[in-house]
Design a binder for this molecule. Structure first.
Ligand SMILES: [Zn+2]
Length: 343
């Protein structure tokens, strides 16, 4: 990465800081996964609880719990001293929004609740955000950009955004919606109606019911993402790692294969993909330096990581696994090897 610093709403964000933290965490995962026992039973592939796991190393989790407790204690003291001077975030000041501030008792934190239908972002704002941060949109020819824009706004207006951060950037709903629209761009249905809520954490977060640390997960009717990881995914668009596309792949699977079950084409191509996927999983590792160890957790993670590679490493994936690439192309009805006209 030549340029690791950029500006969002006047705030400077340095990706290299996050990269250092996350690389060390990812190294821990690799160690954890390579030491899994032979008879390890992966979770069911039909579960509606998928995650982009950063770590379940007990030592790292212990360390992070201590850090978490220290941060919580400090924030309680800060809360007490700032009670009367606390203001809502200013990052949405230039747009008309209907937002409410709420408290999540389970997580013990405040969050902002934005109804997508009331966001009322300017057309030019959305266009600017897509052009600046979203390579898939940037590469499209103009007619397809119009269609992509239209789908992104429809998706965004149909969701509620719960932002667990004191910095609710307007880029958040736009880029998250665009991630969903990207993977379903060749399909007729794109709104993922099962998922009413999109939850956004600023950084990696603890899972609701366990001590796992996540960068994204899909559970119930909620898609949750860590904002810095989502940004990094689209900033490093050729590294094969993209938590936004990963979580939308889980959500699309659940919407089409478990909830609706009425698209024979999708079901057939998904079955073909899983048949070939089983063969790849049996090899226990990828000899082409493409699939991460996490992809070998189970078929559901294999599917989500395959979608990341399909968009970010289309050529290498087609060369190493032509059948997987073809099934993905038929399933999603698009070809990322033609970036200006993928559909
Ligand atoms: Zn996953």
């Amino acid at each position: 990465m030549a340029d690791t610093t950029f500006v969002l709403d006047g705030k400077e964000i340095t990706l290299s800081n996050y990269k250092v933290v996350n690389d060390s965490v990812l190294n821990e995962i690799r160690k954890t996964l390579t030491s899994l026992p032979e008879d390890y039973n992966p979770p069911s592939t039909t579960s509606n609880n998928n995650d982009y796991l950063l770590s379940d190393s007990p030592y790292l989790i212990f360390l992070l719990i201590i850090i978490f407790i220290v941060i919580k204690v400090r924030s309680v003291f800060a809360e007490g001293s700032n009670k009367n001077s606390r203001k809502p975030s200013s990052h949405y000041n230039d747009v008309s929004v209907d937002a409410s501030k709420n408290y999540d008792e389970g997580a013990g934190v405040d969050y902002y609740h934005y109804k997508g239908s009331c966001l009322d972002l300017k057309h030019s704002d959305i266009e600017f955000i897509l052009e600046k941060y979203f390579p898939y949109y940037r590469n499209l020819e103009q007619d397809l950009q119009f269609r992509f824009f239209d789908r992104t706004t429809k998706f965004m207006y149909s969701k509620d955004f719960l932002i667990y951060s004191n910095e609710p950037f307007k880029e958040m709903p736009v880029l998250i919606s665009a991630a969903a629209v990207q993977i379903s761009f060749g399909l007729d249905e794109f709104e993922l109606p099962h998922y009413n809520n999109i939850r956004v954490h600023r950084e990696e977060y603890f899972a609701d019911h366990s001590l796992r640390i996540l960068a994204g997960n899909v559970e119930g009717n909620c898609i949750t993402l860590a904002w810095t990881h989502l940004l990094k995914g689209f900033y490093d668009y050729e590294d094969g790692s993209n938590v936004g596309l990963h979580e939308m792949a889980h959500a699309l699977y659940y919407q089409e294969m478990i909830i609706e079950k009425d698209e024979p084409d999708f079901i057939n191509h998904f079955s073909l993909l899983m048949n070939d996927g089983e063969g790849v999983l049996q090899q226990k590792q990828c000899p082409y330096n493409l699939y991460s160890a996490y992809a070998f957790t189970n078929l559901q993670e294999f599917w989500a990581v395959s979608v990341e590679l399909f968009f970010e490493k289309a050529h290498p994936l087609q060369t190493a696994y032509p059948n997987i690439f073809n099934h993905l192309q038929n399933l999603l009805r698009q070809n990322p090897l033609i970036p200006n006209q993928p559909v």
